[in-house]
Design a protein around this ligand. Sequence first.
Ligand SMILES: [Zn+2]
Ligand SMILES: [Zn+2]
Length: 111
Amino acid sequence: MAVLQHLHDSERPCSHADVVDALGEDGWDRATLFRNLNDLATAGLLRRIDVDHTWRFELIRTEGGHPHFVCVSCGDIQCLGDVRLQADGSAADLIARAREVQIRGVCEACE
Ligand SMILES: [Zn+2]
Ligand SMILES: [Zn+2]
């Protein structure tokens, strides 16, 4: 419940390290939190996003995913809830099959 609450309150996907930083002081150990995140993802409550080989987790609030903006400088990730991808023909078929869309750039803080 503590993990779900933390992800519910977070505006962006969290890594295991983020969750350990947030909840570690309450006595949760790293391994338990790691198992928890993966179990919740397997159960379909969390979405797992691979950012440069580090998993980020977010609460699934709506059907279907949304793109994310990833800063190539600091690794920050932000949800792009309002972005829709449109394409015609074979590109549309491919986009319909996409599991994850990441837009990579440099965030405002790193500019
Ligand atoms: Zn940045
Ligand atoms: Zn998101």
